[in-house]
Write a protein that binds this ligand. Structure first.
Ligand code: UT7
Length: 330
């Protein structure tokens, strides 16, 4: 028996960033770097840093509450919470369960999704399928990160790049064509070690030695990730446009994962897009991993840049290696 699939639309958005701003000039005091190097190589000017007592679920709850309010939904109406994160509060239970409890979403299922910085794209696609099949009517999708807690503040290769934050969207069924049009999710585990946290898992359980060797921090081969990102971003965007029956000229806004302004510009060039159509926040938040795309989306909605009927493509890439894209008619 075949059933009609149901369109999933974004009914509300919400974000949260910690108050504390860390400027490049302050990083000059921690490692051998300069404001000039960071700006010219990454485009980052400043980033937000969570308080020591703020865990990822705290950031996620703040963003989730705002998204539900924006959608006009009560927590009890949520059927499912998907939290995409690389920095869960704990190994287990899932951060999504902590979010579920704090939100008072007492009728919701909850799970975490790990797909590196592509986590939000993966979670959006996954959530949309629960709506499409009719299994859920309200799905809260959250991307939340506390990267400052797994950053080695003595490693200049990584510590200048990351920031903390959270973004959320509420997915609901819609009869309109203003919905998620297509998505594509990809992975290449051959590049897994280009971006990883070596210890703390079952491969190398945490010991005094692993902690002493800084293996519980982010380790990254930036140059390899850079080359990979430039290769896959434009391609992923083109794939979801084609799946949605759209051409590049139909694209109104492009929301790339915010890791480096040079990667963003390279992807825009490949798509033949002027920078006016590309949303950028890496200058103010750095790389917030799974939060970067919903943060940029919310900003464009707040400022009225994205309007009803606009074709929007979001593209992510990151640890895994993973990449993926979602096309939406707003
Ligand atoms: O969300 C996905 C996660 N990550 C990414 O997307 C990161 C992707 N990669 C990048 O954004 C860039 O590769 C970086 C910003 C990380 C680095 O830029 P790059 O132009 O690829 O620089 P590089 O790695 O080729 O390094 C150039 C030099 C090196 O010195 P040597 O070996 O040429 O003498 C580095 O040691 O710059 C040095 N360097 C720094 N210098 C000052 C590396 N980090 C710093 C720093 N300040 N913070």
């Amino acid at each position: 028996m075949s059933r009609e699939l149901i369109n999933a639309g974004i009914a509300g958005t919400g974000t949260y960033v910690p108050e504390r701003v860390l400027y490049n000039s302050q990083l000059e005091e921690l490692v051998d770097t300069s404001d000039e190097w960071i700006r010219s190589r990454s485009g980052i000017r400043e980033r937000r840093i969570a308080r020591p007592d703020q865990a990822t679920s705290d950031l996620a709850v703040a963003a989730g509450e705002r998204a539900l309010e924006n959608a006009g939904m009560a927590p009890e109406e949520v059927d499912l919470i998907i939290t995409a994160t690389n920095t869960p509060d704990m190994f287990f239970p899932a951060t999504a369960c902590l979010v579920q409890e704090k939100l008072g979403a007492k009728n919701a299922g909850a799970f975490d999704l790990a797909a590196g910085c592509t986590g939000f794209i993966y979670a959006l696609a996954t959530g949309s399928q629960f709506i499409a099949t009719g299994s859920c009517r309200t799905v809260l999708v959250i991307g939340a990160e506390n990267l400052s807690k797994i950053t080695n503040w003595k490693d200049r290769n990584t510590c200048v790049l990351f920031g903390d934050g959270a973004g959320a969207v509420v997915l609901r069924p819609t009869v309109e064509d203003r919905c998620i049009l297509s998505f594509k999710l990809r992975a290449d585990g051959a590049g897994a070690l280009h971006l990883h946290m070596p210890a703390g898992g079952s491969r190398q359980p945490a010991t005094r030695e692993t902690v002493g060797q800084n293996k519980h921090y982010i380790h990254m081969n930036g140059r390899e990730v850079f080359k990979f990102a430039v290769r896959v971003m434009g391609e992923a965007a083109e794939e979801v446009l084609a799946l949605a029956g759209l051409s590049k000229s139909d694209l109104d806004f492009f929301i790339p994962h915010q890791a480096n302004i040079r990667i963003v510009k390279a992807a825009a060039r490949r798509l033949g897009l002027p920078m006016e159509k590309v949303l950028v926040n890496v200058d103010r938040y750095g790389n917030t991993s799974t939060a970067s795309i919903p943060l940029a989306l919310e900003e464009a909605l707040q400022s009225g840049r994205i309007k009803k009927g606009d074709n929007v493509v979001m593209v992510g890439f990151g640890a895994g290696l993973t990449w993926g894209a979602v096309a939406i008619k707003w």
